[in-house]
Design a binder for this molecule. Structure first.
Ligand SMILES: C[S@@+](CC[C@H](N)C(=O)[O-])C[C@H]1O[C@@H](n2cnc3c(N)ncnc32)[C@H](O)[C@@H]1O
Length: 177
């Protein structure tokens, strides 16, 4: 009989452990890292992204569409919601971000894209732009991107869920992965 190999004893962190160990989130918006689903279709994806923003210390930029506030309220399971920026015109907003020195990074499957594994932690203010759930990033916004990152895929699906894609990229930009 082969001996039973045991790994290190695993103890799952309690809520109390997490409360004491975690770095405190800044009280105000530092505007360092932002994920921007600027052409959203499904409210559930916004709720998921809001939670990732909280975890990664990032902001969420969303368009001022009538259904978006309610979608965020419904998706918000946090005691304190992450920082939300309301965007009137996505193209103008992206232009303004670049003019202010923020790097505008598209998250899309594209030629000449950087692969996620090669994406360094964000060392300057960065906005990660996500596309529409069906149509992706609109062509007129592509000229406003400084660079594009793609998450390599195998399998039969054409793309990942937008909130999954945004969360993976945020974790890399935040230096957590
Ligand atoms: C469901 S996809 C959009 C559909 C896709 N562009 C198409 O035309 O088939 C929604 C968004 O998720 C992000 N996304 C999904 N999979 C991705 C991947 N593998 N790499 C980078 N971004 C991805 C992009 O922002 C994309 O615009």
């Amino acid at each position: 009989m082969s001996p039973v190999v045991s790994g290190p004893a695993i103890r799952v962190s309690t809520r109390e452990d997490l409360r004491t160990q975690r770095r405190r989130r800044p009280q105000r918006c530092l505007g360092h890292l932002c994920v921007a689903p600027l052409w959203p279709m499904h409210g559930a994806n916004l709720g998921t992204l809001l939670r990732t923003c909280d975890a990664a210390g990032a902001c969420l930029a969303v368009p001022r569409l009538p259904w978006v506030p309610e979608a965020l309220d419904r998706g918000n399971t946090l005691r304190r919601p992450a920082c939300v920026h309301w965007v009137r015109g996505p193209l103008r907003w992206l232009d303004q971000q670049r003019a202010a020195g923020t790097r505008v990074l598209g998250v899309e499957l594209a030629e000449n894209a950087v692969r996620l594994a090669d994406l360094p932690m964000a060392r300057r203010p960065t906005v990660a732009v996500l596309g529409h759930e069906r149509d992706g990033i609109p062509p007129e916004a592509l000229d406003l991107l400084d660079a594009v990152v793609e998450i390599p895929m195998i399998g039969t699906g054409a793309s990942l869920n937008v909130a999954v894609a945004g969360s993976l990229v945020l974790y890399k930009l935040a230096g957590f992965a």
